[in-house]
Structures are given as structure tokens and as C-alpha cells.
Write a protein that binds this ligand. Structure first.
Ligand code: ATP
Length: 446
């Protein structure tokens, strides 16, 4: 928390809003749900897609040194031996012999007493639990068919390093980016979509020559990622870039930064940015016996490039956007002076699932309805729009709650003089705009 400040919003409020408005639902809810799995509803699916697009735009489309990639979720099992996941990707867990609940040992303040049932001396000795989810490939279910659902997307990019640089004709410094699902059998999933068992990652693997500029490249990526969060409006005082100390980093990493957000329960990691040396390519070369070094045509020499990685969770970033955008304020009606409270999601316009809501002043006036529907259809060319009708106060309330930056009202004056009212979400200011100018008006502001 910042000082003793009460959180602006609780996770219960976020979870309730997410369900009420169709952002996020518990997976398989009608069967009682499945721990650590979630579904994105009609608005949540767009919100998450917008977050992923915002990442992709910045990392891939607006650069000429990063190429796109999309690898399979199930890979050759040797991948996970080389990467160290088979041997080391585990958390230590303990079980309570009384209430049968399971905990991550490193999440407990003490191992003396169960935090759920409160009994003393009922926790088992900590033991390692591998977080990779297993499946089997092919018609026989035996140990030879055992495979894993990837716990990170990165390895697909390492094992394809040579295919990619040769086919894309890239030489270091250059990067490979991919967004995709990852799976981890988390011992204690929780905090809504923060810790899930199936989630999506956006990873950038940036390979640089071993010429002494590697730390500068790492710093550039930290700066670029800072700018991204700030461009999309994440509150500065709730975001921190925590630089890992030498003891906190893996032995092969020269530097590392965790990007953290201040959630209602405290700081949580959104992304990790790391200088990983040549560790990953070296590991795959050693186990596969294949050469993954870069061959420089100009100097006719080979070397293993150094890797700078940025690994961001798209579900955690989407959750951040929801929590960060949430606001509740008291507003005074200009005419009656009556005070009411409104919940508003102050999404960045590029992230907002709906950018423009369009309504007729009255749903029983065919002229108004037809005009409003026509305007909404026309604006689809420049914005994500939604037509709705009903009680005006409720329409605004609903659009505020889903974070729509602009609402357009078509009233009787619109039929006379061709103007409409545009209401801006945050200031609630209303502008009279010519309908013919709406595309330009919105394009400037979205
Ligand atoms: P944590 O310490 O929270 O378990 P981690 O350090 O294991 O995370 P990384 O392996 O660095 O996470 O993965 C990179 C990113 O992937 C994380 O910063 C996070 O945004 C996302 N991520 C990792 N595990 C999960 C999960 N269980 N649910 C949702 N997102 C996750």
C-alpha cells in the first residue's frame, strides 16, 4: 500500500464487476469451476486482445529489428531437459494433514501452524513439486509418449534460433517475439487471474553480439518497457521496476528487473526483463548437438549471441488495466444538485473494449433509432462501437462501468440540424458536434 492509504478498489469489487459486465468468468462455472482457470467474456476477450495488440504493435510492428513467431505448445520433451525445467522447475509444497489443504512453503509465514484450519504441527515436510503439466502424445500412454504443455513460450524461440535468423535474414542485434499460452500446475493459484494454471505470455528474445554493448541493450529494453506502461496510462505510483540484486538473479544472468504493480493485496510481478547471457542457446546446443551459433558472413566467424529477454504476462497485464482503470466518484447533478456515485473504468482509449457508445434519446422514436443505428454503423470504420438504447442515465452508467471513452446521443435537435451530443467519459463534458464531423472528431481522440 502507499502509506496507510486504503486500496481504491478491492479484489471482490473487481471480480464482481468483471462478472457483471462480462470481462472475466470462472472457467466451467456450471460444474463448480476449476481452480486456476478463467474465461474471458465478451468485453474481457476484447480487452485482453487490445492489451496483446498494444504489446505486439510496439514490440514487432513499430520496429524493424524484431520478427514474429508462433511455436507449438507441445514440444519435444528434450526441450525441457535442456532448459532445466524437468530438473528444477518446481516449488516446495506442504500439505495440512488435518484439513488436507496444500500450500507453497515459501508463501507461508511459518511451518508450525496451518493458515487455513489453524491447527499446530499438522503440516508435512516441504517437498518439491514440478509445475509442468504433463500430457501424452500418440495412441500409447506410456513413459515414451510423455510430453509437457509448455510452461513458457521462450523455448520455442531458442530451438528455432537458426531457422529464424536464416529465413528472416537477420543478424544480431535482432529479436524474436511471440504471444501464446503457457501452463503451470501452480500449487496455489489465486488472486483472481494473477496466478493461473493456464495463462498467456508475451515474450521477446533479443539477441545481441558479444561486443560489449549487451548491458546497454538490456537498459534500452528496460526503458522501452517503462515507456510502454506509461503510454497506456498505468499509474506511475503503482508501478515499479525492481532491479534484482546479484543474489536474486540466476548465476548466468548479468542483470534483471521485475516489473511490479501495486494490486489491492500488494505488489505483484507483471513482467521480468533479464540479461541471460548465452545460457539458453548453450543449453540447447549441448543437448541437441546442433549448432545454434550465429555465423557472421561478413567476418566469416561464429559466435553465440547474448540474450536479453522480456517476459510479460498478458493476463496479469489485463488485470492491471482493470484494477488501474477502476475509479469510483461522487457526482452532482447539474440541475437537481443531487449527489450520486458512479463507477468508471478510465481505460486508455486504445485499450477500452468499446470506444464509442451510440444511443437514441428515446427508443420509441423510429427516426431517432434509425439515425443512431446509421451513425453507429458508419463509425465502425474508425472505432470499436456499440449501439444501445434505454434509459439515458442507465446507458451512461453502463458505459462508464465498461470504460467507454465517448458516448454519442442522438436527440430531436440532431434531426433538425445534423448535430449530436458527444459525452466524454472522464470529465463528463458534453460537446455538440456535427454528425458529418464525427469520424474526424473521434479519430483525433482515440
Ligand atoms: P511468479 O514468481 O509470480 O510465479 P515467475 O517469476 O515464475 O512468476 P516468469 O517465469 O518470470 O514468472 O514468467 C514471466 C511472466 O509470466 C510473469 O511475470 C507473469 O506475468 C507471467 N506468469 C507467470 N506465471 C503465471 C501464472 N501462474 N499466472 C499468470 N501469469 C503468470
Amino acid at each position: 500500500m502507499i502509506g496507510n492509504e486504503k486500496p481504491r478498489v478491492t479484489m471482490d469489487e473487481i471480480t464482481a464487476l468483471a462478472k457483471r459486465r462480462g470481462f472475466i468468468f470462472q472457467s466451467s462455472e456450471i460444474y463448480g469451476g476449476l481452480g486456476g482457470f478463467f474465461d474471458y467474456g465478451p468485453l474481457g476477450a476484447i480487452l485482453k486482445r487490445n492489451v496483446k495488440n498494444a504489446w505486439w504493435r510496439e514490440i514487432v510492428e513499430l520496429r524493424d529489428d524484431v520478427v514474429a513467431f508462433d511455436s507449438s505448445i507441445v514440444m519435444h520433451p528434450s526441450t525441457w531437459i535442456a532448459s532445466g525445467h524437468v530438473a528444477n522447475f518446481s516449488d516446495t509444497m506442504v500439505d495440512c494433514k488435518n484439513c488436507k489443504h496444500r500450500f507453497r512453503a515459501d508463501h507461508l509465514p511459518s511451518l508450525a501452524k496451518c493458515p487455513d484450519c489453524g491447527m499446530k504441527d499438522t503440516l508435512t515436510e516441504p517437498r518439491a513439486f514440478n509445475l509442468m503439466m504433463q500430457t501424452s502424445v500418440g495412441p500409447m500412454e506410456d513413459s515414451a509418449s510423455r510430453a509437457y504443455l509448455r510452461p513458457e513460450t521462450a523455448q520455442g524461440m531458442f530451438v528455432n534460433f537458426k531457422n529464424i535468423y536464416q529465413s528472416a535474414r537477420k543478424r544480431p542485434p535482432f529479436g524474436i517475439a511471440q504471444i501464446g499460452k503457457s501452463f503451470r500446475n501452480e500449487i496455489t493459484p489465486g488472486n483472481f487471474t494473477f496466478r493461473m494454471r493456464e495463462f498467456e505470455q508475451a515474450e521477446l528474445e533479443y539477441f545481441v553480439p558479444n561486443d560489449g554493448n549487451d548491458l546497454a541493450a538490456y537498459e534500452e529494453w528496460v526503458t522501452a518497457r517503462k515507456k510502454w506502461y506509461s503510454d497506456y496510462g498505468v499509474r506511475e505510483d503503482r508501478l515499479r521496476f525492481y532491479e534484482l540484486t546479484e543474489r536474486e538473479r540466476p548465476h548466468y544472468a548479468k542483470a534483471g528487473t521485475d516489473v511490479e504493480y501495486l494490486f489491492p493485496w500488494g505488489w505483484g510481478e507483471l513482467e521480468s526483463i533479464a540479461h541471460r547471457g548465452t545460457y539458453d542457446l548453450d543449453a540447447h546446443m549441448a543437448l541437441s548437438g546442433k549448432d545454434l551459433q550465429y555465423f557472421d558472413e561478413a567476418s566469416k566467424s561464429k559466435y553465440t549471441p547474448i540474450l536479453i529477454e522480456s517476459s510479460a504476462g498478458m493476463d496479469r497485464t489485463t488485470l492491471t488495466m482493470l484494477v488501474d482503470a477502476y475509479d469510483q466518484e461522487t457526482i452532482k447533478d447539474a440541475d437537481s444538485g443531487k449527489e450520486t456515485s458512479r463507477v468508471v473504468l478510465r481505460f486508455h482509449p486504445k485499450i477500452a473494449p468499446v470506444q464509442v457508445g451510440v444511443f437514441p434519446l428515446a427508443r420509441n422514436k423510429p427516426d431517432l433509432v434509425e439515425r443512431a443505428k446509421g451513425i453507429e454503423r458508419d463509425l465502425r470504420a474508425v472505432a470499436r462501437t456499440q449501439y444501445d438504447e434505454g434509459n439515458v442515465g442507465q446507458l451512461y452508467r453502463r458505459q462508464d462501468e465498461i470504460g467507454t471513452p465517448f458516448c454519442i446521443m442522438i436527440d430531436f435537435q440532431s434531426l433538425d440540424d445534423g448535430t449530436v451530443t458527444v459525452r466524454e467519459r472522464d470529465s463528463m463534458r458534453q460537446d455538440r458536434v456535427e454528425a458529418a464531423r464525427l469520424r474526424a472528431y473521434l479519430s483525433e481522440r482515440l
